[in-house]
Design a protein around this ligand. Structure first.
Ligand code: FES
Length: 678
């Protein structure tokens, strides 16, 4: 018999890994040997159902495989029993019981859900390869024997070594007083939760359950300075079973990051108070996700947290004072691993916490997580990733080199410093269009379906009112004012238009644009335009510095992270010159990329190593120290930019003729001369 007959070829999908195995090899063993991740809790006893796979039938000429259900052994008594008791979905087999008999293409489903559980379907939910830091390992332990005076715990360890190959096993001390009762309760059958993060870490027994415990959970959490978002996921199936969010209670100590650092500096118990506040909020969120998901908090065995450097420090109980001024020294930049109970989080006593590394004193674990999620370091294209808050975190790179910086944009994009600005909430104007001929606006308000010029608007808006302009509305109204010729490239509101439109109102020595003639009156003032120009120029200058360092004049792809990035229209962001020119189809909101990165690290410890390695390689640029920052900043004050061309944008939007207004003549003249050399 030739080798290919006795050693059939098995291809695993979606990984594409393949190998030849002797006839009679369990599919689970074949997967293990190839490094294909297939879950198993019962250790091949056909009781946990975690190891399900299915066969792709057909002739796969490319791979030289004709795959058929018949190339697996027939369903045996153990598998039949599992199907009868628990039910196997159509076409599924237990890979621990199914033996290889011929060539096969095996599908490893990413979503093996065993217990009926509430599953939250999030639109942005991605499926990741799993390799969690927690393994659930069922064992049957030898009963005590007068002849062999080995302790119960030692016999448990021996069983774990025999069945699961854990030779050097540490044991969390809190378990030792409980081992005997758990073993007896389970009649010597128990499930051990083993934590092992790094390859060189010693595995550690962190929780023990009587009988077969066929589920374990973890939480992934993004601690933002304004809001905290938490996801509860099954570590075994990878599914997110519940999510919850809350505002960060530290807001009562200070709206923005620097005011929270000041609070710590001014108040002897300030750090303790803010640490306690955030941990209390986290415990509240743990309660919420557990209730929503129908999960006991003691079944949460792992947790991953991300946040900007100041949130990161306060969460871990570290004084953030050093982050308040140059050289912005982090207490710790590498990843932090700690027992959750040591940082005041109440889950299982053995639960572990992993905190992603910070990139720099201004660029935190949240930016690291967003980088992991969007993967500039995994692609050839030059990708720009920006998370816009009061401090914009900027990452630019590709697989060759990644750079990071932050830029002090201030709170203008969040509605602060804007006369009619407000947070995104019902009643806030979020979309704006201005007719370039009549200069009449139409707008959309959060919570109201029709546009302001459509029938039914007044009735629909009666409940919320029209209360102000939120961040995305500010971007659009100023960009539209520019496109309609109401403001010049230099951001000056054109007072000469007052004769043409009652929307242009004198306001001291400058002019304003009347967006909504109601109660309250909503106008865009010259100062508002200036505040946005300053904020966008700071962001763009930071981006340009990174482009200089990379030696590129354009980027291939842009990801806009965070809440602000989700709601702004990329086209208007580009008209304002907030982001550099790029093919608009390659500018995308990437949602809560930081939260996604945290979830990746929860479900697969390989991602922890990937981001630790990537952060070590990222070049950190301190914008304040770069002489060209100011030059880029001045150029970026113009709309969209005094120097840089926007060819991709110009192809889809007609940018206005250059307009030089009286109070900006000097600056405009200088710009004209410079542009004429381009
Ligand atoms: S490994 Fe548990 S059923 Fe197959």
């Amino acid at each position: 018999m030739n080798d290919t007959r006795i050693h059939p070829l098995v291809l695993f999908m979606p990984s594409g890994k393949r190998g030849r195995f002797p006839v009679g090899t369990p599919v689970l063993d074949a997967a293990r040997q190839l490094g294909v991740y297939v879950e198993s809790v019962c250790g091949g006893r056909a009781t946990c159902g975690r190891c399900q796979v299915s066969v792709q039938e057909g002739n796969f000429a490319k791979h030289g495989i004709t795959s058929s259900d018949d190339h697996l052994s027939a369903i045996g008594p153990k598998e039949e029993r599992y199907d009868r008791v628990r039910g196997l979905p159509e076409g599924r087999r237990l890979s621990c019981s199914a033996l290889i008999q011929g060539d096969l293409v095996i599908d490893v489903p990413q979503d093996t859900v065993i217990n009926a559980q509430v599953v939250r379907k999030a639109a942005d939910e991605r499926v990741f390869d799993r390799n969690a830091a927690i393994r659930m390992c069922y064992v049957e332990v030898e009963e005590p024997d007068m002849e062999k005076p080995l302790g119960d715990l030692d016999r448990l360890k021996a069983a774990l070594t025999a069945d699961w190959h854990f030779d050097e096993l540490d044991v969390d001390f809190h378990l030792i007083p409980r081992v005997q009762s758990i073993l007896r309760k389970g009649e010597w059958k128990v499930t051990a939760a083993i934590h092992k993060d790094g390859e060189d870490d010693r595995p550690c027994l962190i929780a023990l359950y009587p009988g077969l415990k066929n589920e374990a959970y973890g939480i992934a959490c993004d601690i933002g300075s304004t809001t905290i978002a938490m996801h509860l996921s099954s570590l075994l199936s990878g599914r997110t079973v519940a999510s919850a969010g809350t505002s960060n209670p530290q807001i009562r100590f200070g709206e923005d990051l620097m005011s929270r650092v000041s609070y710590v500096m001014m108040n002897p118990d300030g750090r303790e108070a803010m640490t306690a506040a955030v941990r209390e909020a986290l415990n509240g969120l743990i309660d919420q996700v557990c209730i929503k998901g129908g999960v006991s908090r003691t079944d949460i065995l792992d947790s991953v947290f991300v946040g900007n450097p100041i949130m990161h420090h306060l969460f871990l109980g570290i004084d953030p004072t050093e982050l308040g001024g140059a050289p912005f020294a982090l207490a710790v930049s590498g990843a932090v691993k700690v027992k959750s109970s040591e940082i005041g989080l109440s889950m299982n006593e053995g639960t572990r916490t992993y905190v992603l590394p910070c990139i720099a004193g201004h660029v935190g674990a949240d930016a690291a997580a967003a980088t992991l999620s969007e993967g500039p370091h995994r692609q050839d294209e030059m990708m720009l990733l920006v998370d816009i808050g009061t401090n914009a975190e900027i990452v630019l790179g590709n697989r060759t080199r990644v750079l990071a910086a932050s830029s002090p944009t201030g709170p203008a994009f969040e509605g602060a410093e804007i006369s009619s600005g407000q947070r995104a909430a019902p009643g806030a104007i979020e979309r704006v269009r201005i007719d370039p001929v009549t200069l009449e606006p139409r707008f959309r308000v959060i919570g109201v379906e029709p546009w302001s010029n459509e029938p039914g608007f007044a009735e629909a808006a009666a409940a919320t009112g029209v209360t102000g302009i939120c961040g995305s509305g500010i971007i659009e109204v100023i960009a539209e004012m520019y496109l309609a010729g109401i403001i010049s490239e230099d951001g000056v509101v054109d007072g000469t238009l007052a004769g043409r439109s009652p929307r242009i109102l004198p306001n001291g020595r400058t002019f304003s644009y009347l967006l909504h003639d109601g109660e309250p009156l909503i106008t865009v003032t010259q100062n508002d335009v200036r505040a946005i120009q300053l904020a966008k120029a700071a962001l763009y200058a930071g981006v340009k510095l990174l482009m200089d360092k990379q030696g590129v004049t354009e980027v291939d792809r842009i990801g806009l992270a965070g809440a602000f990035g989700t709601f702004i229209d990329p086209k208007y962001a580009m008209v304002l010159g907030l982001i550099p020119d790029c093919d608009l189809s390659k500018v995308k909101a990437v949602g809560n990329a930081a939260g996604t990165g945290a979830r990746m690290c929860l479900l697969n410890r390989g991602y922890r190593r990937e981001i630790e390695e990537t952060v070590r390689r990222i070049d950190k640029i301190e914008t304040a120290l770069e002489p060209r920052f100011q030059e880029h900043f001045v150029a970026a004050m113009a709309l969209p930019n005094k120097i840089d061309p926007f060819p991709n944008l110009s192809a889809v939007v007609t940018l206005p003729e250059r307009k030089v207004l009286a109070d900006a003549a000097g600056e405009g003249g200088a710009r004209r001369r410079r542009r004429s050399r381009d």
